[in-house]
Design a protein around this ligand. Sequence first.
Ligand SMILES: *Cc1c(COP(=O)(O)O)cnc(C)c1O
Length: 496
Amino acid sequence: MTIALSLESDRAQELEALLTLLQPKIVDYVAGATKSTAELGTLGTYHEPQEIRAQFQHAETFESGLRSPQALVGVVEKILLLSVNTWNPGFLDKLYASNNPVGVVLDLVLSLLNTNLHVYTVLPVLSVMENDIGRQYAALFFDLQNPGGLTFSGGLWSNITALHMARAILYPDTKVEGNGAHRFVIFASQHLHYSVAKAAILMGLGSAAVVKVAISQGAMCPKSLEQEIARAKEAGRTPLAVVATAGTTVFGLYDDVEAIAKVAKPHGIWVHVDGLWGGNVVFSATHRHKVAGARHADSIATNPHKMLGVPNTCLFLLVPDVALFQTANSLQAPYLFHGREAGDENFDLADGTLGCGRRADALKFYLAWLYYGLAGFAERVDHAFRIAEYFVAEIRRRPGFRLVGPSPQCLQVCFYYSPPGWTGTSHTLVTRYVSRELHRQGRYLMDYLPNPDDDTEGEFFRVVFNLPILTSDVVDDLVLRIEAAGKAGLEAGFKN
Ligand SMILES: *Cc1c(COP(=O)(O)O)cnc(C)c1O
């Protein structure tokens, strides 16, 4: 008797059935979202958690399982229906935007391969591809012989790896002894992303080890940095690294990395650039100058899944010399890494990270770059800037709108809207009413947040223009809908 199991016994047929059933639904989902902004509800509306949970009551089915492609596709349809459709041009809420057709297929290929990018023997092709695309990407920033990059599973992991590498390379003993007697300090501007503070916590430094440097004109003030470094040294602390931000999360502003490096380098301080939002302007001849100073950095975190539309998640850490990854991170674990490949180049990529199993996210970037080319990425970035600039010009000339913060330098626009006749001082109610109303209509999803510099006027809108399918017509429609929602809100006493 053969020992056998019927589960997965006809995998090819099962896969074909699922793909055949899903294909038209997936295509419809995308087609529906891209039709027109006038189409109500294609973005998806807000649902309370209870409402969603009620749609997914599967207690009995969890016992036996669905075991039917049709039934599974039925559940997927429900998920699509209740989700925010990020393919809709009205999805202006976050720094990432929709996937694209190429990305969907690449994710499918990754899933098909179901690989684990730790050692070369398991994944020879993708290890070579990750090294090559990492070098090509890093070479856009660093004008050096042997730059390189690896992917990490999230923004925090790119930033913390950079800061850990700073410590491991500048203070090699810490790799064995931990922080020892050092009281390390990390400097970042007041507009830092919270992942820097979390990184400090994880490194055993504590969040108080992050010194927030004053800003002027929205960027880290090099003079204040100099003073903070002196203060830290006087207090017997060890300045470890400074994190410059290229594209801050709230206002999208760029720190002057060259000026920061000039201050930090004489003190032996590592310069890390958090370019997880705005770093990819490097692809645009028009906007590249904003990150020109990054060539003075010791590490740069970048994020193809935000500005470049590569599917979530895809994040890199780039360094001027690829050997730094192993110098900082390798433990030479002989049970895993055999170093069988000839030459100096490392192909056991996990050895250059603090992790083990890794998703092959670099493949998505490699193939997206191959498909669209440098020229395609440049068009994408330039178009997004043109749309953001168009929106800024529109709201500058329309009454009731007012920009918040310094002039926009990236793809998000922060602004207040005061409907005619409104006389309040804190905008929070107005802002929340309008954004909820546009979400309720299923037309636009946009974020709102408090001013990190001065909270007296309340929350403002932050709209991110990051989609190739955005047009000036969408922007015109958005402005009109904000005005209409503001008017309705005034009549309703801003209760919704
Ligand atoms: C988005 C962002 C991060 C975090 O990246 P995730 O991909 O969301 O984890 C870190 N820093 C900045 C400046 C960001 O904008």
